[in-house]
Design a protein around this ligand. Sequence first.
Ligand code: SF4
Ligand code: SF4
Length: 127
Amino acid sequence: MNSMKLRPHHALCAQFFVGKGYSDQFVAHMYAVLKELDRGAAVTLVDGCDAICAGCPNACEGVCETDEKVRSIDRRAIEAMGLSFGNTLPWQDLSALAKEKIIAAGTLGDVCRDCEWIGICGSSADR
Ligand code: SF4
Ligand code: SF4
């Protein structure tokens, strides 16, 4: 099965994306990725740069500039969703797990702690 590489915490970012990002190019790239996911793409969870990072100005030679911080968020997210790196599943299933196990469970603030965007995502999650 063809699948899109996705790092676990991006299953959360995708829920809250409102057109803000690191650059105009990144925002356009993010919309394109979200469109593909909404079409029903399968995703494989990766421990490193993914389809979203591919359009990010912070992805230096395939490694995130804030690698340590985002890997910690990835680890907390994948554990909360009960999944493992290398798992492949339909985007709809991953999205449902992110919503149920983290957002509805009220643990977004803990999983995403240290992320600069938590003010935006956290207030959407509380609505
Ligand atoms: S707080 Fe950061 S890591 Fe969490 S969903 Fe928002 S942008 Fe993604
Ligand atoms: S900040 Fe890092 S983890 Fe987030 S999209 Fe950019 S390269 Fe990927």
